[in-house]
Design a protein around this ligand. Structure first.
Ligand code: NDP
Length: 408
C-alpha cells in the first residue's frame, strides 16, 4: 500500500494532508479532494511533498467512485462530514478500497450519533476483503485506543471510564466552534446519556457538571454529554460497569448557545424564509468562523484523556492516560489549531498502521478492536505524546462533585 485519497479540505482534513506529506516514505501518492477545489489547492501548496487535488461532491456515490477510479488509492480517509460517511463507504465497497473516518454517520435531519448505520457494513466489507476503520480521530479515536491500551497493559479489569475533554484555548472570537459548527452544535444540544450497570441513562442537555482537574490546565467545569465512542467501548471493554464523557464549555460559550437555541437558530428542520427553505443551523454555520481559520493567534492548550478505575493483581487501581496539545505549537508546525491537529494526527497514524500491515482485517472495526501498542508508539512520534498518571484509587481527586445542575 502506498497511495492515499483524502476527502475533505477543512481544519482536520488539512492536517491529514500535511502530515501525510511529511511522511513520504509511507504515503508515496497523496490526493486531496473536497467540495471546494481552491481549498484543496491552497493546502497542497503548503505540503512538504506533492499532493494532487480534485473537486468532488461526496454526497454523490457515483462521483466518489469516478474519483477513486481516477486516483486508484489503497485507502480513502474521509475527512468530510458525518453526512457523507455512507455514500463514501458505498463507493469504497464498489471499488474495493479500504476506508477510514473520524466521526460516525449522521442523517441530516436527525442528530443521533450512533454506529447503527455503519456497523451493518461489516459483512459487506468482509466479503469484499476490505477494511473499514471507524472513528480514528482524537475522541473518538485516541480515547478508544487509550482504553484498549489500558485493558491490555495496565488493568486486569476496567470497571469505570471517564473520558475528559478540555479545550482551555482562547481564539479571540466572541463565539466559534473548534470543529464543524453544525456537527458541534448538534452534539452539544442533544440529550445527554451515560452507561451504568448495563443500561443507558438519559439526562437533559448539559444538566450534570463537575470539576475535572486537567493536566497542565487545572480544574475546569465539565459537562456530562453523550459521545459516540461510548457505544462501541461498552461492547469492547470487558467487565465495564460505567462509562461517562465530560467536556468543558466556557460560560461564554453556554451563554451564546442558550440564546441561539432560544431564538431557534440551532434547529435542524427546514423553515421557509422569503419563499426559500432554509435550515437555521446551516445558515448559522455560514455566519460562524470556519474551524480552519481559528489557528492564527490561538493561545492555550487542549488536555484530553481517560480516567480508569479497575483492578490489577487483585488490587484496586486508578490511572489517567492523557495528551496535552498547545494551539500555538500546532499552528507553528502545520498552520492548524489543536482541535484540528488532535483529530488529524491519529487518522494519519491509523493509516500508517494499515499501510505497514499492522492493522489489518476484513470488515468494519472500531479502533479499540485493533492493536493499540504500535499505534501508541507511532502517534507519540507524530506529535501526540501521551502520559500515564497513577491516581489514588480511594479518592475522587480528579473528578470533584458531579451533580445535577438543576437540583443544585
Ligand atoms: P470543516 O467544516 O472544517 O471541514 C469539512 C470539510 O468537508 C470542508 O472542507 C467541506 O467542504 C468538506 N465537505 C463538506 N461536505 C462535502 C461534500 N458533500 N463533498 C465533499 N466535501 C465536503 O470540519 P472539520 O475539519 O473540523 O471536521 C471534519 C470531520 O472531522 C467532521 O466529520 C468532524 O465531525 C470530524 N471531527 C472528529 C473529531 C474527533 O476527535 N474524532 C474532532 C473534530 C472533528 P467546504 O470547504 O466546501 O465546505
Amino acid at each position: 500500500m502506498d497511495s492515499v485519497l483524502i476527502i475533505g479540505a477543512g481544519g482536520a482534513g488539512s492536517v491529514v494532508a500535511k502530515k501525510c506529506a511529511m511522511n513520504p516514505d509511507v504515503f508515496k501518492k497523496i490526493h486531496l479532494a473536497s467540495r471546494t477545489l481552491s481549498k484543496c489547492e491552497a493546502i497542497a501548496r503548503e505540503c512538504k511533498s506533492t499532493v494532487t487535488t480534485s473537486q468532488v461532491d461526496a454526497d454523490d456515490t457515483q462521483q466518489v467512485i469516478k474519483l477513486i477510479e481516477k486516483v486508484k488509492p489503497d485507502l480513502l480517509i474521509n475527512m468530510a462530514l458525518p453526512y457523507q460517511d455512507l455514500t463514501i463507504m458505498d463507493a469504497c465497497l464498489a471499488t474495493g478500497v479500504h476506508y477510514m473516518d473520524t466521526a460516525n454517520y449522521e442523517p441530516k435531519d436527525e442528530a443521533k450519533f450512533s454506529y447503527k448505520w455503519q456497523w451493518p457494513y461489516h459483512d459487506k466489507f468482509k466479503e469484499k476483503g476490505i477494511m473499514g476503520v471507524l472513528g480514528c480521530g482524537f475522541d473518538p479515536g485516541m480515547s478508544n485506543i487509550y482504553c484498549a491500551y489500558a485493558q491490555n497493559q495496565l488493568f486486569d479489569e476496567i470497571h469505570t471510564i471517564d473520558i475528559v475533554d478540555c479545550n482551555a484555548g482562547d481564539h479571540g472570537h466572541a463565539f466559534a466552534t473548534n470543529f464543524n459548527p453544525e456537527i458541534n452544535i448538534r452534539e452539544v444540544t442533544q440529550r445527554g446519556k451515560y452507561w451504568k450497570d448495563g443500561q443507558w441513562i438519559e439526562i437533559d442537555p448539559l444538566s450534570i457538571a463537575c470539576m475535572v482537574d486537567y493536566p497542565e490546565v487545572g480544574p475546569k467545569k465539565s459537562y456530562l454529554i453523550y459521545h459516540e465512542e461510548e457505544e462501541s467501548l461498552v461492547k469492547n471493554i470487558r467487565g465495564l460497569k460505567q462509562i461517562r464523557f465530560w467536556m468543558t464549555f466556557s460560560d461564554n460559550y453556554i451563554k451564546h448557545l442558550d440564546v441561539l437555541q432560544n431564538v431557534g437558530m440551532t434547529r435542524i428542520d427546514p423553515v421557509i424564509y422569503n419563499g426559500v427553505e432554509i435550515i437555521p443551523l446551516q445558515f448559522l454555520k455560514a455566519l460562524l468562523p470556519e474551524p480552519s481559520s481559528l489557528a492564527e493567534n490561538y493561545t492555550g492548550k487542549t488536555s484530553i484523556g481517560c480516567i480508569f478505575e479497575g483492578t490489577k493483581g487483585g488490587k484496586p487501581v486508578k490511572k489517567f492516560i492523557y495528551n496535552v496539545c498547545d494551539h500555538a505549537k500546532t499552528n507553528t508546525e502545520l498552520g492548524a489549531q489543536a482541535v484540528s491537529y488532535t483529530t488529524g494526527v491519529p487518522a494519519v497514524t491509523g493509516a500508517m498502521m494499515m499501510f505497514k500491515g499492522i492493522w489489518k482485517g476484513a470488515g468494519v472495526f472500531n479502533v479499540e478492536q485493533l492493536p493499540p501498542e504500535p499505534f501508541m508508539e507511532e502517534v507519540a512520534k507524530q506529535g501526540l505524546p501521551w502520559h500515564v498518571k497513577d491516581l489514588d484509587a480511594k479518592t475522587e481527586a480528579e473528578l470533584k462533585g458531579a451533580k445535577e445542575l438543576k437540583a443544585a
